[in-house]
Design a protein around this ligand. Structure first.
Ligand code: KDG
Ligand code: MG
Length: 412
């Protein structure tokens, strides 16, 4: 069997997605997700100009060898664009291997370690009543774990608040499901760490007061704090028993987490913007985190994230794979197959994709009683309707960015 065709497909049904489609000489099709939100065309070029010519004629069964070849032969290693491109190839090859073997991918990875994947959804509100309603809605939707994001007094617009979609002129779009805005320039938002740190503990107190002590609650600080601010937040949230505090500091400085860890027992999750095991290595070895947020799409594929999670398992660190809507249905399927198979699964982030996206990508996963399951179709279980994809050409879109009151650019 040889790889005959490699197509890079860009489609923008509800948002931009980059998908690699490999077709083999005996007719198997494999799909891989290569979406990097706001930088999609860079991955398109990396794949089309540099990777596709290397794949044509090669053996699709050699997943590990292809990964090592693409990673090492480029000489220039790591980075979000390179690793998303490698991830797409890797996913597509697992998809093909599953179809050729007559098995869903999770069977190739060792088989199911559980009946389904605990998933968390996003509750949010500009004000407390909107947030409490949103938590209730998520409970009714079947979520057994819920992320809590709240507006902050005097800040117009911040990451993670669903109803801000309407403020940005698109009532159909939940802002937390799609913070990237179509347009020529990124939207500017505002930030005030002091106001946030003062406000948030009261929000968690109110949520616990309304919904009780047992519901697992999560929160995303989205890289905006210094280590000592993050340490204070972790301590202040201890009475509310969080499942995790996510991305409390910018992810580049691994050492920052040591300071946070020394001060708080609030569990820590990090790594949605990480690309390789090297970004996680010290954090895992020194047990500075509890959950690995890496996505299959951004960590170089199933092959690489599986190894990272096996290393994490030695330190009782669990998976918490990134699953916003900018991970395509193909990337989500890969996450579900991997999460079902590994022993140290923790939780899966899950936001449903929009209706147009579901027309472009036919999915076979199930969502029952708060648990996801990738289904038992061969391979990853996702197919792509190329004609439907063609109806939605790429549209330039950027993630927002933050400025402080004095105009300084701040982490978003
Ligand atoms: O593209 C950026 C989003 O994926 C990110 O902002 C979402 O932080 C996020 C999360 O935890 O889902
Ligand atoms: Mg996050």
């Amino acid at each position: 069997m040889k790889i005959d065709l490699a197509d890079v497909i860009v489609t923008s049904p509800d948002r931009n997605f980059v998908t690699l489609k490999l077709t083999t000489s005996d007719g198997h099709v494999g799909l891989g997700d290569a979406t990097v939100n706001g930088r999609e065309l860079a991955v398109v070029s990396y794949l089309s100009d540099h990777v596709v010519p290397l794949l044509i004629g090669s053996d699709p069964m050699r997943i590990e060898d292809t990964w090592q070849f693409l990673y090492r032969s480029a000489y220039w290693r790591r980075g979000p664009i390179t690793m998303a491109a490698i991830a797409a190839v890797d996913m597509a090859l697992w998809d093909i291997k599953g179809k050729a073997a007559g098995m869903p991918v999770y069977q190739l990875l060792g088989g199911a370690s559980r009946t389904g994947l605990l998933a968390y959804g996003h509750a949010s509100g500009k004000e407390l009543p909107e947030l409490l309603d949103s938590v209730q809605e998520h409970i009714e939707l079947g979520y057994r774990a819920i992320r809590i994001q709240s507006g902050v007094p005097n800040l117009k617009s911040i990451y993670g608040i669903a109803s801000q979609g309407a403020d940005h002129g698109d009532a159909e779009l939940r802002y937390d499901h799609e913070p990237a805005r179509r347009g020529e320039k990124p939207v500017e938002e505002d930030w005030d760490t002091r106001a946030y740190l003062t406000h948030l503990p009261g929000i968690f107190e109110a949520v616990r007061g309304e919904f009780g002590a047992t519901l697992p609650l999560l929160h995303d600080a989205h890289h905006r704090l210094t280590p000592i601010q993050a340490a204070r937040l972790g301590k202040d949230l201890e009475p509310y028993d969080l499942f995790w505090l996510e991305d409390c500091t910018p992810a580049e400085n691994q050492e920052a987490l040591r300071l946070v860890r020394q001060h708080t027992t609030t569990p820590l999750a990090i790594g949605e913007v990480f690309n390789t095991v090297w970004d996680f290595k010290d954090l895992i070895r020194d047990q500075l985190i509890d959950y690995v947020r890496g996505a299959v799409t951004h960590m170089g594929g199933i092959t690489a994230l599986k190894k990272t999670l096996e290393y994490a398992a030695m330190y009782q660190v669990k998976s918490g794979m990134h699953g916003p809507t900018d991970i395509s249905p193909v990337g989500m399927a890969a996450a579900m197959h991997l999460g079902l198979a590994i022993h140290n699964f923790g939780i899966q982030e899950y936001m449903p994709h929009g209706a147009r996206t579901d027309q472009v990508f036919q999915q076979t996963f199930t969502w029952r009683e708060g648990l996801l399951h990738p289904g038992d179709e061969l391979g990853l279980g996702v197919s792509l309707n190329v004609d439907e994809a063609g109806r939605y050409p790429y549209e330039r879109a950027y993630l927002p960015y933050n400025r402080l009151a004095d105009g300084t650019v701040h982490d978003w």
